[in-house]
Design a protein around this ligand. Structure first.
Ligand SMILES: O=P(O)(O)OC[C@H]1O[C@H](O[C@H]2O[C@H](CO)[C@@H](O)[C@H](O)[C@H]2O)[C@H](O)[C@@H](O)[C@@H]1O
Length: 273
């Protein structure tokens, strides 16, 4: 497999040292599974990121997960783990938490979460299979284990929006999940700030879910060459419609990143066909 032809990829190949590579976690670096606690990183991911990181300006994971959860799920026995990727930065909780060099920085959790913790389980209880995930500074209700996951999600949408408004929180919709989280930050703002901080000269972002659309916006408005890559699924099509490159889920992401490493590792990456 070789990389597709795209001006953003050409720019990254011509000047890898100026490139920031941004990646979502669930559905991109990890296959979607019914239990979020079992969403282990694709075993090929840490190795390919460890090879990519020294070639580019930075590798950053931008995720709705707390960074420490992504790191725990990113452990691979007998091989490099996510924590071993040189210089890796994880912007978790859509950019509210940051992990870098083994250190976590995080603001205090929002006060409205107590109300959500008190009321959301009651909303979920009305739908067989729906359950609540508490992530510390955000709480989510999942419907993937319901008999009709999409129907259950729609049934919850109105009541969850009303609860979020009362709690002063935002609703983040995703793949069979509605998350109540602090407003004011998203993956686009997180990625834009990181690009400025690192003085990036090109950018790639790889994602699969609705929350990644803001990161695609950031790629488009960055004023530098960019590539939007979709980890494709039948569950969410909105990203594929906006992507420059669509690959086949996390397996396709690993293959694509492997091709990127092979291209950037050539003596003259700018000379690619
Ligand atoms: O920003 P992300 O890294 O994509 O995180 C978004 C949400 O991912 C998780 O839920 C999703 O993955 C689960 C495991 O595969 C799956 O069971 C669920 O249906 C998906 O929505 C996570 O549990 C959420 O908290 C994140 O917001």
């Amino acid at each position: 497999m070789t990389l597709p032809v795209h001006a953003g990829l050409d720019a990254i190949a011509a000047d890898p040292g100026g490139a920031v590579i941004g990646l979502d976690y669930d559905g991109t670096l990890s296959p979607i599974v019914p239990d979020p606690a079992a969403a282990r990183v694709h075993p090929g991911v840490p190795r390919v990121l460890a090879a990519l990181a020294p070639l580019v300006r930075a590798v950053v994971i931008v995720t709705g997960r707390p960074p420490r959860t992504a790191l725990a799920l990113g452990e691979v026995s007998g091989g490099p783990s996510l924590a071993d990727v040189p210089g890796l930065v994880i912007l978790g909780h859509y950019g509210l938490e940051r992990w870098e060099d083994g250190r976590l920085t995080a603001p205090p959790p929002p006060p409205g979460l107590d109300l959500v913790r008190a009321r959301l389980p009651g909303l979920a209880a009305g739908l067989d299979g729906a359950w609540v995930e508490d992530k510390g500074r955000a709480v989510a209700v999942h419907t993937r284990r319901c008999a009709d996951p999409a129907g259950a999600l729609e049934a919850l949408r109105g009541p969850v929006e009303a609860l979020a408004e009362e709690a002063g929180l935002a609703v983040e919709p995703g793949r069979m999940v509605l998350e109540l989280r602090p407003a004011g930050m998203d993956k686009g703002k997180a990625l834009s700030a990181f690009l400025a901080e690192r003085d990036a000269r090109s950018v790639m972002f790889v994602g699969d879910d609705l929350g990644d659309l803001a990161a695609f916006d950031a790629v488009e408005s960055a004023g530098i060459p960019g590539v939007r890559v979709c980890s494709g699924s039948t569950e969410v099509t909105a990203l594929a419609e906006r992507a420059d490159v669509v690959v086949d889920g996390p397996d396709g992401v690993v293959a694509f990143l492997g091709d990127l490493v092979a291209t950037l590792g050539k003596p003259s990456a700018s000379g690619r066909a």
